[in-house]
Design a protein around this ligand. Structure first.
Ligand code: AR6
Length: 202
């Protein structure tokens, strides 16, 4: 009988570079903090409000010079008051507002594409700025109403895809504001990991 080669599933090395934490993102010591902003870049509620409060008025003054930001894109600023804890940059990205009923939407929607773009654009800016560590909030899943499980799959999938191709940033933190949000992201990670392992065994 012919000996078939033993297949050993390859681990996903990029997965080790992703961590999920429950925290106020403004307390993290990372090179870049991502802000879930709006198109004006002039502050707001949620994580945007928290970041502006922590960074201080210099951030708003700087943001006034940027001319806003289109949904799905990102802009980089200094970290102002957050520099004292080691943060070098704030990356402001504008997630999509979720419209309508998820069950009515078939396939990949414009909102999905724009949310993926937020992660891609932010990671690209971090890479260009030489950041080794970056933390993301759960973009669009608060005031903008994006369904959380759907957003978690997009966030994790696109971060993983980026890290598979790039050596930097070294570490991406997916920062959740509650245990429940963290478990939604963790489920997305576990599901994908199972799927990858099973696919490689086929
Ligand atoms: N640290 C970490 N995560 C946080 C924090 C924090 N301090 N505060 C809130 N979150 P949201 P969006 C979580 O509403 O949905 C603003 O007014 C929150 O629980 O901040 O993209 C902007 O100016 C949720 O999981 O952002 C825009 O107008 C996630 O951050 C609009 O809100 C995102 O919730 C953007 O809405």
């Amino acid at each position: 009988m012919m000996d078939l080669p033993q297949y050993t599933p390859r681990p996903m090395p990029s997965l080790d570079r992703i961590e999920v934490v429950v925290a106020d993102i403004t307390t993290l010591r990372v090179d870049a903090i991502v802000n879930a902003a709006n198109e004006s870049l002039l502050g707001g509620g949620g994580v945007d409000g928290a970041i502006h409060r922590a960074a201080g008025p210099g951030l708003l003054e700087h943001c006034k010079t940027l001319g806003g930001c289109t949904t799905g894109l990102a802009k980089l600023t200094p970290a102002f008051g957050l520099e004292k804890q080691g943060v070098k940059h704030i990356i402001h990205t504008v997630g999509p507002v979720w419209h309508g009923d998820e069950k009515q939407k078939l396939g990949y929607t414009l909102e999905d594409t724009l949310l993926a773009s937020c992660y891609h654009q932010s990671l690209t800016l971090a890479l260009e700025a030489g950041c080794q560590t970056i933390a993301f909030p759960n973009i669009s899943t608060g005031i903008y109403g994006f369904p959380k499980t759907r957003a978690a799959k997009i966030a994790f999938g696109h971060v993983l895809g980026f890290l598979d191709k790039q050596e930097h940033p070294d570490k991406v933190t997916l920062c959740c504001f509650s245990d429940e949000d963290a478990s939604i992201i963790q489920d997305a990670i576990d599901t994908r990991e199972d799927w990858m392992m099973n696919r490689k065994r086929m």
